[in-house]
Design a protein around this ligand. Structure first.
Ligand SMILES: Nc1nc2c(ncn2[C@@H]2O[C@H](COP(=O)(O)OP(=O)(O)O)[C@@H](O)[C@H]2O)c(=O)[nH]1
Ligand SMILES: [Mg+2]
Length: 213
């Protein structure tokens, strides 16, 4: 099974509490994946690498508007089903204005309150700078909600030395121990399209299972 490249279509952007509540009311058991991470960590690049080159551009909003952008996508062999991709608002802008942080919380709270058990949350982090302050804050925020997270370390191509990669790999047991919400860890370069096969297999495998329950 594969994600059909170019099948992703932007359907809508949500930035209001009532819109998000309405979305979950109308789509209570929609199977999908959601991407969240610090700004600049490579979310758009990963989305484009997984779903086809022009996917994330469709949703490009000027400035720093924080929105949940929703796409549908298709998987080979499961063409009759629509799956959902949620590009969640990034966190951890430098000098983030308080108003924006508050807005992020409002949007994310509404999204996570309605979240069904058929949506996988992927948290992207920079392989060179794992576990930054704002990443930790994200986990502090997510922990009490008992939500499962799939952690993706991106920009692996920036770790040139085998030693650096080995060091990152050695963090794995600590991460699983420290963050109970982390269920799987992936290492990728969205830019160089490296390490994407296991990630894509995880996505298609889960979507396949979700439509059968
Ligand atoms: N070297 C490298 N650069 C990357 C990778 N993924 C993204 N980038 C770069 O990081 C910057 C931010 O990427 P973007 O996808 O816009 O991040 P977003 O803010 O999380 O959506 C861009 O300049 C990308 O080209 C990667 O795997 N390797
Ligand atoms: Mg982006």
């Amino acid at each position: 099974m594969e994600i059909i490249k170019g099948s992703a279509k932007f359907i809508l952007g949500l930035d209001k509490l009532t819109q998000i509540e309405k979305w979950w009311e109308q789509n209570p058991s929609a199977p999908g994946i959601a991407m969240v991470g610090r700004s600049n960590v490579g979310k758009s690049t990963l989305i484009n690498s997984l779903f086809g080159n022009k996917t994330a551009k469709t949703s490009k909003t000027p400035g720093r508007t924080q929105k949940i952008n929703i796409f549908t996508f298709k998987i080979t062999g499961l063409e009759e089903h629509d799956f959902y991709l949620y590009d969640l608002p990034g966190y951890g802008f430098a000098e983030v204005p308080k108003q924006m942080r508050d807005n992020w919380n409002v949007i994310m709270d509404a999204y996570l309150r309605g979240l069904n058990d058929k949506t996988l949350i992927f948290n992207l982090q920079d392989a060179r700078h794992p576990n930054q302050v704002t990443d930790k804050q994200f986990y502090d925020y997510i922990n009490p909600k008992e939500i499962e997270i799939f952690l993706i370390f991106n920009k692996l191509d920036k770790l040139k030395k085998q030693k650096e990669r080995a060091a990152l790999n050695k963090l794995k047991p600590d991460i699983y121990a420290d963050y109970k919400t982390v269920k799987q860890i992936f290492f990728v370069s969205a830019h160089k399209k490296q390490g994407l096969d296991p990630l894509e297999q995880a996505i298609t495998g889960y979507m396949d299972r979700f439509i059968k329950v």
